[in-house]
Every structure is written in structure tokens, then in C-alpha cells.
Design a protein. Structure first.
Lengths: 638, 267
């Protein structure tokens, strides 16, 4: 590839793909399209507006809000001027936002609407580097009169005036860009301590896109839905890097609530979704099927079973009997194609799941109805990608083959190391942490424990530092066990304990939707999450789910005791990261009395849980919670 | 503001239903661009006043004047065409129709295509339809109900139905918006949202709002002026602070203060 920065790629696209759609946004119920030529002009105008307002190379610009074309353009505009975009999670609490904006010294924040501007206003006194706030949607902004607050259009107007006075300025700035310049800073939520700013360069961004292109089929004609948080490296890799390199069209949904409908209208040719979304889709289908008339339900269930049988044979590489193949063809007409169409997956050439493991049942379901679902593995520090499953080797257990140009090796204690052009430049203002994870030979320590299977696929077991051992020396990988539990639709989160203990125990947060639905169907009344979680019927339900999970685990690492939490684990309470990974050490401290009760044989525990509201206020929730044995009767007899 | 001539004026209006005198000689003025709240205890005659403005009832005596024009005896449909839209205390939407259709219906008074033209759906008819849809989409965006477009209104939560009803009134492109308890029956969050919408409609679209509402907090927060009715008569009219301090208002709301009575009148 001749172009060495994202800004130059933009210029190339504006030249070579001028009339092709670059980005769409559903607005006023209609998909509005911008071509690459328009995309370029929008970015240029905004960039020059920033320049007119004194934006210098190396300055940092943050964006906060839903996926909106203007917020993407603002990021590319900063890159064109040699600045660095810092997207943030809009659902972060104020303290976290203030930390990131201060740490990255953001001088410009582009906010989607009044709601986001208000967050900035509330923190303004703490943000010393901030000198300009730009808003996209002017709704409700009438009374906001500050000289440091401007509308997006007004910045672009300034840009057009600036262009008239300084012809060639934009092109000259783009020309100054170098591949080793930082292109974006993505903050990792980090399971311990403050988030770290991961600096990704233009070279990283282009390397990731090229590696991906070699591993999979992507073309300028493709369509993708841009609906995942912009602060997540995965979205940056997809909607900014890959889109600019390949030239395909990103589509921004109308609102977070309409994603499912927009997905269906659009029918993107490529889909990237975390496990949660796939699980929600499957649950949605199951709920609809359960409510359908008997005949329809029978057709669905029958052909679903057919598809699953065929898929299992296919995955094992065994031949599919003629009769089964015929049944699949009928099913394709009656069931599979209509479902794919309903979900908006009909045109999808491939669909990716990553970020967390997806339950094998869910995975198999989508593959069986003809969705080319594949697992991908990566982290922010590797620009979002390490390995990917080839279409004919997709399976629910591995993370796929390392992409071309990316080396993977397994260190002692099973840690996965990665080397290649996708490895990040370093953590912002934290050389020590950078040195800890990148060795002098350029190997990046992912912190994940795993191995490479005989086929050459990478398999991830758990976070390396979490892998411990039971008292008898049996290796104990908590996440591995938790995932077995989380495959149950009734269990939203699980935290397993067992390091240096005699046996394994688990704290479980039920899924309010599915469990609530289950309770309603059986006429079990409940008032709140807390109430629901402590119903004896629910306890029995979850015990049965744990037994199912236990069957797939070796005897010694089976869960013996458990407890149902009275509230879900929340990022706002610092129990999880924003990408919903359990902050194990913090949880262990917070729930120390529970762990004591698990191993001291207690049957109930007083829980005083601190909860944090979205505005940062805190409250304490007191409750008495039962500790249950999985094999209750057996334990009673002993 | 008193210097500005009134956009809407009710002069000495009275209305009786059989032997019940619902409203007695009430005069009110709504000025362009303000939010005027009408408050009062149950049965004070607030809704009757609103109904007289919108042409649902015609006053027995007195006049209703819109922009200098006497509209006292006009039919509700004519009043709507003149730019007065309203919502109802008990939500009056077409429950089986989608949100989109309900809102498009709100544009009915602006639709000029005849039955035949609409049937052919060509030329002017199509252009008009697109223009109306665009306006409705603006309202959908304003109210943040993009995900509800195709939902039958009957299936929506109460607070959302209230929002759709506001949308339908807005679809009329009104000069004056009459809101009859838009926050009644709503939870705290829905009330806050609704208050935000009313303020935005008023400030950004310049719509004059006449609001009947029970939630005093909301009324005092967002109104430019408050008129108080009691037993069918107007007992006070002024800024929220003036009204709050008015002894007649306090009396109407809290009853006569009894001295030294245990527990007092504070309950």
C-alpha cells in the first residue's frame, strides 16, 4: 500500500472511490449517504475549522456520543492535522471521564448532543487542557452561550473561510503525517487500577486492516453497521481503519434502540458483534418461537434440530447423509433464510464474534442456519486483531489462526505472546507499564493464557494471572469455569473462586430478562431484581444450570457451592470493566464475607453492597443472602 | 410582557352544565411565546377553560379572541386550522394505528390533496406526502421515538403515549399548544422528559403553551405566568413567585389555616 497514513488514505478514497458511498446515517427515518468525496470534504472543512481555532499537531481531540458520522469525521479531521483522537465511552461515570480527558490532556471535545455537553460542563473546572467544546446536535443548546462552545457547522464554516485564506494548508498538513505518528488513543478499561491510554499509530492501523484483508474477503462494495462503542478499539479498527483502507461503507444506526431494525433494513455484508448481541438475537428468536402457533413452532423446532445435527457432522468433518441434506434444503426455504432475513444477516458474507467467548450452543445455532459466524481474537494493544477463524474451520472453542504477518508464541506459564506490525506504540505517559508488556524483542504479553492446538489454532483459556491451583494442585482457571456457567441463558455473570482452596465456588448474577420471563410463565410473582434473585424456585433453576455446566467440567473443578447476588455486577460499581470483564481482585475484596461463608460452611451471609448511581452518588444496599450447595441433598446427608 | 398584545384572549367567559356553574366570568390572556399555566384544585374549571379555547364547548357568555379575531363560536376543526392544537387528559390517540400514522393524522388540516389525487399519488400528491412525512420525522426525532414509528400506540407504555400525543399536537404546527395534564400519571423520569419537551417546543419552535398541570414543582419551574382557578373563578394571575405568595391561592390549596389546631393545616 502506497499510502502510509489514514489521512492519505482518505485522499486516495476521495480520488479513486469518489462517488462510492463511504458512510451512511439513518436520520429522519431515511438512510442518508455521504460518498467518499463528500466524506473527504466534510473532514477537510472540520479540520480547517479546528486549525482556524488553533489546533496544533499532536493535540488531542476527544469524541463522546453514539456512532455518528460527524464524530467519526472529527476523529479523522484531527488525524489529518497530525492530532490524535481519543474516543471515550459515553456511559462512563464522571470520574472516569475526567481521568481520561485529563490524562490525555484533551483540548477539544466533540460531543454528540446536549446530554454529552452537560457532562463536559459538569467537569469543566477539572479539565485544565480543555479549550473548545463542539456539539453536533443543536437541540436544547439555545441557552448555552460560551465562547468556548461551538456548533459543528460553525466550525466547518470557519474551516471554509480559513481555506479561502490559506489555500493548500490542509494538503500540506496531511503531507506532514508520518506512519509512526500516533493515530488514536484508546483507553483500556483495565481490570486493575486506572485505565491506560493505548497509543496506536497510523502504521498499526494500516497493518491491522491489511492483515485482515489477507485473512478474509472485504471489498469496497461491502456494508458494515457502525454501532459498537467508538471508544472500543474494535470499532476504531473496523469503522475507521478498515473502512478507510478498503473503502467500504459504514452505516450509523438511527439510535441505540433501533439497532436491530436498522440491521434488518440494511442487511450488511459484514457483521461484527460481541457475544452478548448474538445471545440476545438467539433469545429473541426463541421467545418469538415460543409465542408462535403450534404448527409454526413445530416447523421451527424440527428444522432447528435438523440444522444442528448437520452442523455437528460438518464441524467434525463427517459426511452428511443424503436425507439430512435434503431436510436442510427444505429447512433453508422454510426456516433458515427467513430467520437470517429477520435478523438482517441475509447478505452477511461473514460475521465475527469476539471480545469474550460465545456459548457453543449459540455459536452452533447461527452456523447451522447458514450464518458464517467466526471467532476473532485481539486486544486493544494489538489494534484489535491477532487471530481469526478461516470460514471452513470455524468452531466454538478456538480463537482461530494468527493473521498473516502476526506471530504468536506461548511463553512459560502458558501466556500468549504476540509480535508484528499491529503491536501498539506504548501506553500514554506510562513507559514502565509499556516495558512490562513489550519485551526488547518486540513480543507483546497479552496476559491471556492459552495454547496452540494441532491444527494451528490459538485457544485462549483465561487471563494468565488468574490461573491458579486448588489446594490439591489441580490447575484452576476461573474464567474457563465461569464461561461454562454463562452459556446458560439464565446466568448473566458468574465469578468463580478456588485458588488455594479445597473446592470451587461461584457467585452468580442472574439475567433479569430471561429469569424474569421464566418466573412470569410459571406465575411466580416478584418485585425487583433483588427479590427475584432470592426466590427458592430461582435458586433451584440456577442449581440445575450449574449441574449442567458441571457435567462438562473435570470432577475436581466442579462448582460445589454458590450464591445468587442481589444485584448484577456493574461497571459503575467498578466490579467490571466497561467491556464487561470481571475485575477479579476488586470483587474478591468487596465480597470477602461471601468467600468466607463459602469455605466456612456458612449458610447465609449479610451483604452490604455499595452501589453507584449513574451520576456518581453512592448508596449501600443491605441484604441477607443464602449460600447454597449445588448437591444440596448429598451435603445434608454427610 | 404585559405591553405586548395578547395572542389569545378569553374575556369574561362563563360556562354552566345544567345547574353546575363550571366557569364564572374568567378572563385570561396568553402572550406570544410564553408558557402560561392554569392551575387549581380538582373541579376548578381548568379543563372547561381549555375546552372553550379549542372550541369543544362554546361559552354561555363571554368571548374567545385569537389574534384579534373572535373565534368563540367556531367549530373545533376550524380552531385547529387557525393554529391551536391540544392534548387530552386521558390520551386520545388511535390505539390501533401506528405512531407514524397518528402523527401523520395530526397533519391532516394541512393536507390539500383530494381523494382522487391521493389515490393517483402522483405529482403534487406525492410531493405533499413527502413534505408531511418530513415534518413528522422532525417531530419523531425531536421526541426521540425513532424506535416506535411502527408500533401501534395502544401497545406503548403510558408515558410514551403521552409523548406521542404531544407529537400529534405538534404535527399541526400550532401557534398555541394546549396541554391538559401532560405529566399526569407519569413517573419522575417521564415528567422530567416531558418538561424538557415543553420547554424546547416553547423556546426553539416559539410555540405559545397553555398548560394545565397538577405537579406544582413542574409548573413553578417552567411557567412564565400562572393563572389560578378555584370554584370556576380566577383567583390569581401572575409570575410563579407572585402566585406562590398569594394568600388566596394558599387558602384554595391548603384550606383555611386554623390557629392552634393540633397538626395544623400542614397535612
Amino acid at each position: 500500500m502506497a499510502e502510509s497514513t489514514l489521512a492519505r488514505l482518505l485522499q486516495r478514497n476521495a480520488r479513486d472511490l469518489r462517488g462510492r458511498p463511504a458512510i451512511r446515517e439513518k436520520d429522519r427515518g431515511i438512510w442518508q449517504t455521504w460518498t467518499w468525496g463528500q466524506y473527504h470534504d466534510e473532514v477537510r472543512d472540520f479540520a480547517l475549522g479546528l486549525a482556524a481555532l488553533g489546533f496544533k499537531r499532536g493535540e488531542r481531540l476527544s469524541v463522546i456520543g453514539d456512532n455518528r458520522p460527524r464524530l467519526y469525521w472529527a476523529q479523522v479531521a484531527a488525524q489529518c492535522l497530525g492530532g490524535v483522537p481519543v474516543p471515550v465511552y459515553q456511559d462512563s461515570i464522571a470520574k472516569e471521564l475526567a481521568f481520561v480527558w485529563n490524562h490525555a490532556e484533551c483540548s477539544v471535545i466533540v460531543a454528540e448532543d446536549q446530554e454529552q455537553v452537560d457532562k463536559v460542563l459538569g467537569l469543566r473546572a477539572e479539565l485544565s487542557a480543555l479549550r473548545l467544546v463542539v456539539y453536533d446536535d443543536s437541540r436544547g443548546m439555545l441557552h448555552y452561550k460560551h465562547d468556548w462552545l461551538r456548533s459543528y457547522q460553525s466550525v466547518q464554516e470557519l474551516g471554509r473561510e480559513f481555506a479561502a485564506k490559506h489555500p493548500g494548508y490542509f494538503e500540506a498538513e496531511v503531507e506532514k503525517g508520518k506512519p509512526e505518528d500516533v493515530a488514536i488513543i484508546c483507553y483500556t478499561s483495565g481490570t486493575t487500577g486506572n485505565p491506560k491510554g493505548v497509543m496506536l499509530t497510523h502504521a498499526n492501523a494500516i497493518a491491522i486492516a491489511e492483515a485482515f484483508c489477507k485473512a478474509d474477503d472485504v471489498r469496497p462494495e461491502d456494508d458494515a453497521l457502525a454501532y459498537l462503542p467508538m471508544a472500543w478499539a474494535g470499532d476504531a479498527a473496523y469503522t475507521l481503519f478498515l473502512s478507510l483502507v478498503v473503502g467500504f461503507c459504514s452505516n450509523c444506526p438511527e439510535s441505540p434502540e433501533t439497532v436491530q431494525r436498522d440491521l434488518r433494513e440494511l442487511g450488511p455484508t459484514t457483521v461484527l458483534a460481541p457475544p452478548r448481541i448474538w445471545e440476545n438475537m438467539l433469545t429473541g428468536i426463541q421467545v418469538k418461537a415460543a409465542d408462535a402457533p403450534a404448527l409454526k413452532r413445530w416447523v421451527f423446532e424440527t428444522f432447528r434440530a435438523v440444522a444442528e445435527r448437520a452442523e455437528i457432522l460438518r464441524a467434525d468433518g463427517k459426511p452428511i447423509p443424503l436425507l439430512l441434506r435434503l431436510a436442510c434444503m427444505v429447512g433453508n426455504v422454510l426456516v433458515y433464510t427467513p430467520i437470517r432475513d429477520q435478523l438482517g444477516l441475509r447478505r452477511a458474507k461473514w460475521a465475527l464474534t469476539g471480545g469474550a467467548p460465545l456459548g457453543p450452543d449459540t455459536f452452533r445455532f447461527f452456523r447451522s442456519i447458514g450464518v458464517n459466524l467466526k471467532q476473532v481474537y485481539g486486544s486493544t494493544e494489538t489494534t484489535g486483531l491477532v487471530s481469526l477463524q478461516p470460514s471452513d474451520e470455524a468452531n466454538p472453542t478456538t480463537a482461530g489462526r494468527p493473521c498473516p504477518g502476526i506471530e504468536v508464541k506461548i511463553a512459560e506459564r502458558g501466556e500468549v505472546l504476540v509480535r508484528g506490525p499491529v503491536i501498539f506504540k506504548g501506553y500514554l505517559k506510562n513507559d514502565e507499564a509499556t516495558r512490562e508488556v513489550i519485551d526488547p524483542d518486540g513480543w507483546f504479553r497479552t496476559g491471556d493464557a492459552g495454547f496452540v492446538d494441532p491444527r494451528g489454532h490459538l485457544v485462549i483459556i483465561d487471563r494468565a494471572k488468574d490461573v491458579g491451583a486448588l489446594q490439591d494442585g489441580t490447575p484452576f482457571a476461573p474464567q474457563f469455569i465461569e464461561n461454562k456457567l454463562k452459556y446458560s441463558p439464565f446466568i448473566r455473570e458468574a465469578v468463580a473462586f478456588g485458588n488455594e482452596r479445597a473446592f470451587v465456588t461461584a457467585m452468580i448474577a442472574i439475567d433479569q430478562n430471561t429469569v424474569g420471563n421464566w418466573a412470569e410463565r410459571r406465575g411466580i410473582p416478584y418485585t425487583s431484581y433483588m427479590d427475584l434473585s432470592q426466590k427458592p424456585e430461582i435458586c433451584d433453576l440456577i442449581r440445575e444450570e450449574i449441574r449442567k455446566g458441571n457435567e462438562t467440567l473435570p470432577e475436581s473443578t466442579r462448582i460445589r457451592r454458590f450464591l445468587l447476588l442481589t444485584k448484577d455486577l456493574e461497571a459503575d460499581d467498578a466490579e467490571m470493566t466497561r467491556t464487561r470483564k470481571v475485575r477479579r481482585r476488586f470483587v474478591a475484596e468487596k465480597y470477602a464475607p461471601v468467600i468466607d461463608a463459602f469455605y466456612s460452611g456458612g449458610h447465609a451471609v449479610e451483604l452490604a453492597t455499595m452501589i453507584t448511581y449513574e451520576d456518581g452518588r453512592q448508596a449501600t444496599l443491605n441484604s441477607r443472602v443464602n449460600v447454597e450447595d449445588v448437591e444440596a441433598k448429598a451435603a445434608a446427608r454427610v | 410582557m404585559a405591553l405586548v398584545s395578547a395572542l389569545l384572549e378569553i374575556r369574561d367567559a362563563s360556562k354552566a352544565f345544567g345547574g353546575v356553574q363550571a366557569v364564572t366570568r374568567v378572563s385570561l390572556e396568553a402572550h406570544k411565546g410564553e408558557i402560561l399555566s392554569v392551575i387549581g384544585p380538582n373541579g376548578a374549571g381548568k379543563t372547561t377553560v381549555l375546552n372553550m379555547i379549542s372550541g369543544f364547548y362554546h361559552p354561555d357568555t363571554g368571548r374567545v379572541v385569537l389574534e384579534g379575531r373572535d373565534v368563540t363560536e367556531l367549530a373545533p376543526s376550524r380552531i385547529a386550522e387557525l393554529g391551536i392544537a391540544r392534548t387530552f387528559q386521558n390520551i386520545a390517540l388511535f390505539r390501533g394505528m401506528t405512531v407514524l400514522d397518528n402523527l401523520l393524522l395530526g397533519r391532516h388540516v394541512h393536507m390539500k390533496t383530494g381523494v382522487l389525487g391521493a389515490f393517483a399519488y402522483w405529482g403534487f400528491a406525492q410531493k405533499e406526502e413527502v413534505a408531511h412525512r418530513k415534518r413528522v420525522e422532525d417531530i419523531i426525532d425531536f421526541l426521540g421515538i425513532q424506535d416506535l414509528r411502527r408500533r401501534p400506540t395502544g401497545s406503548l407504555a403510558y408515558g410514551l403515549q403521552k409523548r406521542v400525543e404531544l407529537g400529534r399536537a405538534l404535527a399541526l404546527d400550532p401557534k398555541i399548544l394546549l396541554l391538559d395534564e401532560p405529566m399526569g400519571g407519569c413517573n419522575h423520569e417521564e415528567k422530567e422528559d416531558m418538561a424538557r419537551f415543553v420547554l424546547d417546543v416553547n423556546e426553539e419552535w416559539g410555540v405559545t403553551v397553555i398548560l394545565i398541570e397538577h405537579d406544582m414543582g413542574v409548573v413553578m419551574d417552567i411557567s412564565d405566568r400562572v393563572a389560578v382557578l378555584d370554584m370556576g373563578q380566577k383567583i390569581a394571575d401572575g409570575t410563579p413567585d407572585e402566585v406562590r405568595a398569594n394568600p388566596r391561592v394558599i387558602k384554595a390549596y391548603l384550606g383555611e389555616t386554623k390557629t392552634n389546631a393540633p397538626g395544623g393545616a400542614s397535612g
